[in-house]
Design a protein around this ligand. Structure first.
Ligand code: CDP
Length: 229
């Protein structure tokens, strides 16, 4: 039987990490975990429980309530991807909405939130055969991953892709709103004290700006083959 490795995919907001991770996982029959969904799930919980006041998270209260937040994934055969469940409720659609996107990077700065989610993510990966995407996967969650990819694309292209995705879902938003959110999140994610988004020295960069989804997949598959050899 072929060895099952760990693949870490990191990068800026809306750069196509999840799309690439999902298609590669399907091709090589690996588990795919979107770690950003977990930060979005915690954010939705905080929003529902008035734990974010005037855009500022009530950190102490959030830390005290962390044990009340139960996150799990369940595979959805329609989307070929796992849906996120928050306390047994399917919140997959809700966590993708712009109001959650507007708050998530602030919640993701809280050390205790990160510790808790990183612990859960590491448990999911104990047996290998996993592709996880996020911001700190190659640096903190799986520093020993056999293959690390760092995905990038220009701001305009990333914003356009996310805008198209939201419009397709019928969400009311503007290109500018999406663009501004993306820039703000990149800024917060890259400059936070607790496990900021970094490109580790052993990560291979994939710029998806001018690559089709198929080209991205072929490239990632080739890198996977090299990694297992
Ligand atoms: O899909 P998109 O690239 O826009 O974002 P995401 O992967 O859903 O992540 C949402 C937010 O969660 C990010 O902007 C980060 O603030 C946070 N996040 C994180 O801090 N660490 C991770 N491993 C994944 C996400």
């Amino acid at each position: 039987m072929q060895k099952k490795i760990t693949i870490a995919i990191d990068g800026y907001s809306s750069c196509g990490k999840s799309t690439l991770a999902k298609s590669l996982a399907k091709k090589i029959n690996y588990i795919f975990i979107d770690s950003g969904a977990m930060y979005r799930g915690v954010t939705l919980y905080c929003m529902r429980n008035q734990l974010i006041e005037n855009g500022t998270p009530s950190t102490e209260k959030i830390i005290n309530l962390l044990n009340e937040i139960n996150l799990s994934f369940e595979y959805n055969t329609k989307t070929d991807k796992a849906d996120l469940f928050l306390n047994n409720e399917n919140v997959e659609e809700l966590i993708r909405m712009p109001d959650v996107a507007a708050n998530v990077s602030k919640i993701a700065t809280i050390k205790e939130v990160r510790q808790r989610l990183v612990e859960e993510q590491q448990k999911m990966g104990v047996n290998g055969g996993i592709i996880m995407d996020g911001r700190d996967i190659g640096s903190v969650v799986f520093p020993a991953a056999e293959l690390k990819l760092f995905v990038t694309a220009s701001n305009e292209i990333r914003a356009q892709r996310r805008f198209d995705e939201l419009i397709d879902k019928g969400v009311q938003t503007t290109f500018q709103e999406v663009y501004d959110n993306l820039v703000q999140r990149d800024e917060l994610d890259s400059n936070r004290i607790e496990s900021p988004l970094i490109q580790t020295s052993d990560a291979i960069v994939i710029d998806t700006s001018h690559l089709t989804r198929e080209e991205q997949l072929n490239l990632a598959y080739h890198l996977y083959q090299k990694a297992i050899d």
